[in-house]
Structures are given as structure tokens and as C-alpha cells.
Design a protein. Structure first.
Ligand SMILES: Cc1ncc(COP(=O)(O)O)c(C=O)c1O
Length: 510
């Protein structure tokens, strides 16, 4: 292998690290339940929730944290959530049914996203709060409530198209939500249907990492709430959606180095770093670098609850630079959040079995075929570049430890064994579909040792969107099974995902 390996070691917290230190269990599970196999760790969700709650506490704010259900289909995660005091954001009829069945009461559910009449009906019937995207949707709900004599429905108005005082900026176009400049007409419609809808407040969800963009949106929402009050409406909350992000990588230096080398590879000043010279959005135009890097910022120290903290601490332009949290407090508004990815940080991993390891005649990266399709491990789909960890089949020949710096980690290996076994290797990871494009990742991945058929590659931190959001049954291949795992003392226990209830673990979820 030419040059230094370019590792992108995953950030691992203690639960996933401990699970990876149980290779026999991981092999037993995949032997019994097949590859790929998703493992979720519901107790981590409760810990992540505590972190969000402590940010609310630090800013003296009340309100609810709603898990964005779409990020993972798991029953176990939802039931574990039901055992906390958090809520859930559902974006389809089926997610709503799932949430109700998991024990989440309607006061802890918000219905968002595109809605068909059945979804709207069940939400209104069960007194779930409905986040409305448009005036048309509001009219539709009001008609439905009257026609079916449903209870007066609590609503949020989702807004978009925000502008920073006078300047037409910041928030990108969205097909969701009503443009904030059209909020007058929207509020008139709310007033007209006041007998069947109760305005709880306004909402936004912006798919951006930009704090300023979100701060602008929040201030703008607060101005609309003032307008509501001046009309005699009684709004009490602002829902700032999700998008708090995850820090996937352990080492910022590795990320910097990787992206720099990728740039050089695109320019042709170093050997390629991807299959077929893919540039992840970058291209070489006559020696000049063009395009934009279309990758998730995988090393992201300010993510999750910390990102919320920074947003709430962000100076509000309309408050002489005092923090946004003060603006919320001053008006006694509840703050609602809908984290998906961030609340599922470190909540699961995807195990895939190595089927074939092939040397290329002309040299270059090994071709490694996995018993999984690209859509079973959708890290690449989300632009997240992160190394898998090798969990060797033969537990006697190597150190079975996992994590950076150990045999099965991605860092410089410390395994015993022959040089061929312990030398870092460059690999291309292929899926099991008969398509040239079925690459688990287009990136050349560096592993601390040559994998063998029968070994597992563990893709960690896949619970947010990367586990089941994109999974298909293409070629009649099954979608991955899912298990829930939890710790009893030093021992890991598990059950099938749909068998998990908060009473399942001895001692139960608190
Ligand atoms: C309305 C809404 N809320 C919350 C989320 C969750 O976003 P994230 O997983 O980035 O936190 C989404 C994601 O699409 C969304 O559309």
C-alpha cells in the first residue's frame, strides 16, 4: 500500500465501545440472524435526551424534546423513548400508529411532514398536535374536523423563507412551510377557523448546519408570535425542528488530512482516494479545483445538545445582543425541538459479514465484498465518511479488542500475527447487488489489517438515518433484521427489536 493510511476513526462512546468488545456475541448474532444486522442500544437514547434536557435547564427553558421518528424505524427505540418524558415527531400515518402503539400519549406527539387525509384524521381524532405546512393544509384540517366532529385540534404553523432584518437572506428554499412574508394571510385563516383549531405556536425545520440561519429563523418566528398575540391569539410555543447534528469522527486532524488529500487526489497530485476517481462534488478543470465538497462535516465538535446550547446563546439582533434564550424566557414561550440524528447519536451499529476478499491483478486496493447492500449502510448516502471496524472471526489469532488503536479498530493496529495479517490495507467495499454502483462507499477505506471472509465489518453510529431509512428488498434480498441490546452489569443482553419493551431488561428502563 503506497503512502500512509488515511484513517477516519469513528467516535465511540462507552456503550458502543463495550458492545464492540463483545465480538463473540456479534458473531453469534450475525450467524443466527444474518448479515446485515442492525443493533440498537435504546438506553443511549435516554442519555442523549438527558443532555438535551440539561441544555433546557441551563437556559431555564421549558418545552418538549420530540424525537424525529423518521430517522429510525425501531420499535425498541420508540418504546424506550415512551419510558422517558420526551415526545415524538411523526411524519406519516404509520409512524403515528407506531408511536401510539409504543405508549406515547397524544400530548407527547407532533405530526409533521406531508399529510394524507388518513394521517390528518387520526392525528385530529387522537388530539395530537399538527404542524401545518400551508394555508391549504389548514383549510383541509378545518374541513375534516367539522365534517367528522373531531376535537378542536392543536396546531403549529410551520414557517420558512426567513429574512434577516431587511436583507433577503439566509434560509434556503424549502417546499415545506409557509413563507414568513405570507404569515398575515395564514393568521387570518387561523382566526376564521378558531372554533376548530387552537394555535399552539409556530415552527420551522431548516436542513442546514448554519447557526446564523437558524438564529434568524428563530427570531423571525418570535416576531410572528408577537403578531399572533396582537391579534388576540394565545400562542405559547416555538418549535425549532431538528438538525442539531452528530460528531461522527474521533479525530479532527484525520478529517482535515483526509479532505486535504482528497483535494490533491482530485487535482491528480497524489494517487486516487476513491473508486473511479469520484470527487465527492469536487472536480479538476484544467488543473483548477472546482465544485463544492458534498460531504457531511463528519468531525463536528459542536453538535447535538451542544449545538442547541450555542443556538440559544446566540445573540438576538432585536435584543441588544442578549441571547436568544432570553428572548424566549421573556415571553415565557415553550421551546420545542425535534432532533432525529442527534438524539440517535451512538444508539446503534450495523454489522456486515465479509464474503470475499480479492487482490487486484494490477495491484491497488483489495476488493472486499460484504453481505449487505449499499442501502443497508447508508452512511455514504448521507455523505458521512467514517471507517468500519473489523471484528475478526478468528478470535484466537488476534487481539479481540475493538476501537482505535487495537486490532479491530481502524487506528494503527496492535494485533499479533503475521505481517500480512497486521499490515494496514486499502480496500474498496462492495455490496451484494449485481450492480457496478453497489459500493458501500466510493471511498478507498484503510483498515488496520487485511479482513478475511467470515470477519465482520461493524459500521458504527448508523441509527440516525443510515440503518433503515434507505433499505430496500432489491433482488429479493431481505432487509436487515434488527435487535435491541442492553447491559446488565458487565453482560450484554439482547432481543429482537420488536420484542423489546421497557420491562424487558431486568430492572426495566427507568
Ligand atoms: C420537520 C422535521 N423535524 C425534524 C427533523 C429531524 O432532523 P434531524 O434528524 O436533522 O435532527 C426533520 C428531518 O427531516 C424534519 O423534517
Amino acid at each position: 500500500m503506497g503512502g500512509q493510511p488515511l484513517y477516519l476513526e469513528p467516535r465511540l462512546k462507552s456503550r458502543l465501545r463495550s458492545l464492540l468488545h463483545s465480538p463473540e456475541l456479534l458473531h453469534t448474532l450475525t450467524d443466527a440472524l444474518g448479515s446485515p444486522l442492525n443493533v440498537v442500544v435504546p438506553d443511549q437514547l435516554a442519555d442523549n435526551l438527558d443532555q438535551f434536557r440539561s441544555v433546557y435547564g441551563a437556559h431555564h427553558l421549558s418545552g418538549q424534546v420530540f424525537l424525529a421518528h423518521k430517522a429510525n424505524r425501531s420499535a425498541a427505540l420508540l418504546r424506550r423513548l415512551a419510558a422517558t418524558d420526551a415526545g415524538v415527531d411523526v411524519a406519516s400515518l404509520e409512524e403515528l400508529q407506531h408511536a401510539l402503539g409504543a405508549g406515547l400519549t397524544p400530548d407527547r406527539i407532533t405530526a409533521t411532514g406531508p399529510k394524507n387525509p388518513e394521517f390528518l384524521w387520526l392525528a385530529a381524532r387522537t388530539s395530537v398536535t399538527v404542524s401545518l405546512d400551508s394555508r391549504g393544509e389548514l383549510e383541509q384540517l378545518a374541513t375534516l374536523v367539522r365534517k367528522h366532529a373531531l376535537p378542536r385540534t392543536r396546531i403549529l404553523l410551520r414557517l420558512s423563507g426567513f429574512e434577516a432584518s431587511g436583507v433577503r437572506v439566509l434560509s434556503r428554499r424549502s417546499r415545506f412551510g409557509t413563507a414568513v412574508r405570507e404569515s398575515d394571510a395564514l393568521l387570518e385563516t387561523v382566526e376564521r377557523h378558531g372554533d376548530v383549531v387552537d394555535l399552539v405556536g409556530v415552527a420551522y425545520h431548516l436542513d442546514t448546519t448554519s447557526l446564523t440561519e437558524k438564529a434568524t429563523a428563530l427570531e423571525s418566528c418570535l416576531r410572528v408570535l408577537e403578531e399572533c398575540r396582537s391579534r388576540g391569539l394565545r400562542p405559547r410555543a416555538v418549535d425549532i425542528g431538528g438538525g442539531f447534528g452528530v460528531n461522527y469522527l474521533a479525530d479532527g486532524g484525520q478529517w482535515e488530512r483526509y479532505t486535504t488529500e482528497l483535494t490533491q487526489a482530485v487535482l491528480g497530485t497524489r494517487p486516487p482516494l476513491t473508486y473511479g476517481g469520484h470527487g465527492y462534488g469536487l472536480r479538476n478543470e484544467a488543473g483548477t479545483l472546482r465544485g463544492t465538497l458534498g460531504l457531511y462535516p463528519a468531525h463536528r465538535p459542536v453538535a447535538g445538545a451542544r449545538y442547541l446550547d450555542e443556538l440559544l446563546s446566540h445573540p438576538a439582533a432585536s435584543l441588544d445582543g442578549r441571547p436568544l434564550a432570553a428572548l424566549l424566557l421573556e415571553h415565557l414561550y415553550d421551546l420545542h425541538t425535534e432532533p432525529g440524528r442527534a438524539l440517535l447519536d451512538q444508539c446503534g451499529l450495523t454489522l456486515t459479514k465479509v464474503l470475499e476478499v480479492r487482490d487486484q491483478e494490477a495491484g491497488g486496493p483489495l476488493l472486499v465484498r460484504l453481505a449487505a447492500k449499499a442501502d443497508d449502510v447508508a452512511l455514504e448516502e448521507h455523505g458521512v465518511l467514517m471507517d468500519p471496524l473489523v471484528v475478526p472471526r478468528d478470535l484466537t489469532s488476534t487481539d479481540t479488542g475493538t476501537g482505535p488503536g487495537t486490532a479491530t479498530g481502524t487506528g494503527p493496529g496492535t494485533a499479533t500475527g503475521t505481517d500480512a495479517e497486521t499490515e494496514p490495507v486499502a480496500v474498496h467495499l462492495f455490496g451484494s447487488r449485481c450492480l457496478e454502483a453497489d459500493l458501500i462507499t466510493r471511498r478507498t477505506v484503510f483498515l488496520p489489517r487485511r479482513p478475511e471472509p467470515g470477519d465482520l465489518l461493524a459500521f458504527v453510529n448508523t441509527a440516525g438515518y443510515c440503518m433503515d431509512f434507505h433499505a430496500t428488498r432489491a433482488q429479493h434480498q431481505p432487509v436487515a433484521r434488527k435487535v435491541a441490546a442492553w447491559q446488565e452489569g458487565d453482560t450484554w443482553r439482547w432481543c429482537l427489536d420488536d420484542q423489546y419493551w421497557p420491562t424487558t431488561p431486568v430492572g426495566g428502563a427507568q
